[in-house]
Design a protein around this ligand. Structure first.
Ligand SMILES: Nc1ncnc2c1ncn2[C@@H]1O[C@H](COP(=O)(O)OP(=O)(O)O)[C@@H](O)[C@H]1O
Ligand SMILES: [Mg+2]
Length: 231
């Protein structure tokens, strides 16, 4: 099992009046090569779960093994290493660096990983071509549409060739046609072997995933085939 989570809790302000159980005993396993949609209302715990699965945050309690590694035991530096190697992130707000052009944004994670300049150029080129943005390499985020920015953000996520892509509401800020284009790119990455975890509150988008996990108040209330997810 690639992602193996058992009885995960994330409790904010534990023991205080303002205590929030954002994750309240979540167990889930995801195999290599799956395309899983995580759905649920606003505040149900989706982003909290993604942040923990993506090693951006640690749980209050519970077990998490990623590719056999107990990530709850790791320090910040080790977590960053696992994250860089295993996971590409895509966010609703693209999170591109405004002062850098598309090429430089995509190159950044490769610089962090210490990839030599000669290989960086190839990987940036390949990633931008993959999302059909090679002809916009010199454009800055303010010179691109939302859909174009998200495609660059996808290129950045895949430039390091991580086995797992985690996308938190990647189509949330886009019109439906542009959103579908972004979704198609995720499906083509899946077809090429990536494991995709897609967070969305949009049932139509979730219904393109093979497997749907529904969260409600920090609990998983459905985990199974899309066919049963929307009844
Ligand atoms: N840093 C935080 N401090 C306190 N509460 C938080 C924090 N982050 C999220 N929460 C709360 O945890 C719950 C789950 O939030 P979140 O995971 O962002 O949900 P979703 O992504 O499904 O909208 C919400 O009630 C939210 O207000
Ligand atoms: Mg969220």
């Amino acid at each position: 099992m690639l992602i193996d989570v058992k009885n995960l809790f994330k409790i904010y302000n534990e023991g205080e009046e303002a205590e929030v159980r954002a994750l309240d005993g979540v167990s889930v396993g995801i195999d290599r090569g799956e395309f899983v949609a995580i759905i649920g209302a606003s505040g149900s715990g989706k982003s909290t779960l993604m942040n923990i699965l993506g090693c951006l945050d640690i749980p209050t309690y519970g077990d998490y093994h990623l590719d056999g590694l107990d990530v709850t035991e790791l320090n910040d530096r080790q977590l960053a290493h696992v994250r860089n190697k295993q996971i590409g992130f895509i966010f609703q707000g693209y999170n591109l660096i405004p002062a850098l052009n598309a090429w430089e944004n995509v190159e950044l994670p490769l610089i962090y990983q210490g990839v030599p300049a000669s290989r960086r150029a190839d990987q940036v080129e390949e990633a931008l071509e993959r999302v059909n943005m090679a002809d916009r390499a010199k454009h800055r985020p303010t010179e691109m549409s939302g859909g174009q920015q998200q495609r660059v953000a996808i290129a950045r996520a895949i430039a390091t060739r991580p086995p797992i892509i985690m996308a938190d509401e990647p189509t949330g800020a886009l019109d439906s046609k542009t959103g579908l284009h972004v979704l198609e790119i995720l499906h083509s990455l899946h077809a090429d072997g990536s494991t995709i975890i897609l967070i969305t509150h949009d049932n139509g988008i979730a219904a393109t995933a093979n497997r749907v996990v529904r969260l409600s108040d920090g609990h998983i209330i459905y985990d199974g085939a899309r066919e049963g997810a929307f009844q």
